[in-house]
Design a protein. Structure first.
Length: 161
């Protein structure tokens, strides 16, 4: 299923650790951008859903796009919703974008047989099956819980996430 919410779990941990230096909004946007190709593939009935966008080069390109558009879009949304936040920096935007796209590659490589993360250098995916898919989903859910608690504590003590 494209745009899985499980990818957001590790993002919550990165937000808890990175605080104002990591944008969870841009991280989430990068996840969605990564899965446009698989979504189009599903609609078209393609055999390979995880193509060029799910390579390290694709993750870099999509991360660059997400980081570039993520800051102005996210800053606008936060301002309109009147969410208290630290000044939105380019560092936070690109950290969220690149961590989002590269973690996406890692997580998908563990479970999708059509992944070729090292292309064009190799068609191999040595990560496939390294972790049981059920345990992978549990790990992402636990990461969401732990990260959520960390973000809540950060907000409680600082008034901003």
């Amino acid at each position: 299923m494209p745009v899985t919410p499980f990818h957001l779990g590790p993002g919550a941990v990165f937000k808890a650790i990175g605080g104002r230096h990591f944008s969870f909004m841009v991280f989430g946007g990068a996840q969605v951008l990564m899965d446009i190709e698989p979504l189009v593939g599903i609609v078209r009935g393609s055999d390979v859903l995880h193509g060029y966008s799910h390579t390290l080069a694709g993750a870099f390109a999509i991360g660059t796009l997400a980081g570039s558009i993520g800051r102005p879009i996210s800053a606008y949304v936060l301002r309109r919703l009147e969410v208290p936040h630290y000044p939105f920096t380019w560092l936070a935007s690109f950290a969220g974008a690149y961590i989002g796209t590269f973690s996406h590659i890692l997580l998908d490589a563990l479970m999708h047989p059509d992944m070729r993360p090292w292309w064009p250098f190799s068609d191999a995916n040595g990560l496939l099956g390294a972790v049981d898919v059920g345990w992978l989903h549990i790990g992402c859910a636990v990461a969401a819980l732990v990260g959520g608690i960390g973000v809540a504590l950060r907000f409680h003590y600082h008034g901003k996430a």
